[in-house]
Structure formats: structure tokens, C-alpha cells
Design a protein around this ligand. Sequence first.
Ligand SMILES: C[S@@+](CC[C@H](N)C(=O)[O-])C[C@H]1O[C@@H](n2cnc3c(N)ncnc32)[C@H](O)[C@@H]1O
Length: 200
Amino acid sequence: MISNTTKESVYSTNKNFDQLYPGPIRRISYLHWTPIEIAQQAASFLAVTPGSNILDIGSGVGKFCLNAGYYFNDCNFYGVEQRSNLVSIARQVQEQLGLKNTSFIHGDFTQLDFSAFDHFYFYNPFYENLVDESLHIDDSINHSESLYEYYATYLYNLLDKRPAGTRLATYQSSLTRIPASYQLVKCDIDTLFSCWIKTE
Ligand SMILES: C[S@@+](CC[C@H](N)C(=O)[O-])C[C@H]1O[C@@H](n2cnc3c(N)ncnc32)[C@H](O)[C@@H]1O
């Protein structure tokens, strides 16, 4: 486990944080993993009540959860990720950082019981299905427009069923695929970072 002094340095810049990851993962960070400053903003919006369970839908190598968990140690951060190799990397870095309030689940988010979670975060997880293969994380899964549509609709319906007060933070994601039952309370047009609260 790394020392507290080293930890301060690790969490001070994206470059330092990304050094925790293997080279190939580090090199695609700017395209696929949440920047530390967005993770902090999202977590401060989501971690409003101590003991809350917060889920990152498509958690990759865990950059959101590993930052959120460091700054908000009275909440629990979970990530669900379909690629097992990314889950293993997230767990290794979690161990190095000694974080007790983050957990990574291997699987498809459609198989998860959303009632176990209070609030949600995602960074455009299905986008890979719409772009050229040079922008894919890897070729270990199938990509297609119909898969994008299936996942986006499935998530829309899951979110729509959550109780009033549910918070959602999204990054680089379409504002049009969020149910009308969520009110937009913050939106940064430059980064496409948005915060939502379910009203009904
Ligand atoms: C843009 S990355 C974001 C990673 C992480 N949330 C972060 O911000 O650092 C999106 C991730 O979503 C995952 N993903 C896409 N569809 C998924 C699904 N149906 N179930 C679980 N994970 C999925 C991808 O494998 C990818 O790792």
C-alpha cells in the first residue's frame, strides 16, 4: 500500500494518478477515463448523505470510484464493468490505495439490481458502439449501433423507475437520453458534465 504523502501526490494531477495504471491503459486515459477534477465534482454532488451507495455504470479501470472514494469516505462507491481485465486493474489499484469504500463488480449493468444503489454516475459508457474501431478500448467485446440503442433504452427505463430524490451525474453524455422525470440542476457546456435530480 502506498503512503499518505505519496497518496497526496497521486491525487494531485491526472498525470500522477494515471501512473498507477499499466502503460496501454494510461495512454487511452484522455479518451476513456474520468479526469480527477470531474470525478471530484460528480462525487460531491452524489455523496450528499452519509452511507449512500453510488454506482458508476461502466466503471472501466475505476478512475471515478477511486477518486470519489478517497474524498468521500462516508459513502460507498461501486463500479460495474463488462470487461474483466479492466475490473482486475481497478481492484489492483484499489488495493494499492488502501480504499475500503470502493468495490468493482464484473458484469453487464443490465444484470444488476439497481435498487441496491441510491445515486448514479456514468461517462458515456455505450459510445464505443457508435465510433470507428480506432476509438474502441479494445476488441474483446462486440460493438454495434443496435447494442447502443438497446443499452441506452434499458438504462433510461431503469433510471426512470428510481425513487424521487435519486441523483445522477453524467459526463460527455447526451442530455436527451435522460428520463423527463429528472431535472437538470447543473450543466457545464464545455465539458458536458451534468447533474440531475429525480423529481417525481
Ligand atoms: C468511457 S468508459 C468510462 C469508465 C469509467 N466510468 C471512468 O469514467 O473512468 C465506459 C466503460 O463502460 C463500459 N461498458 C459499456 N457498456 C457496458 C455494459 N453494458 N455493462 C458494463 N459496462 C459497460 C466499457 O467497457 C467502458 O469500460
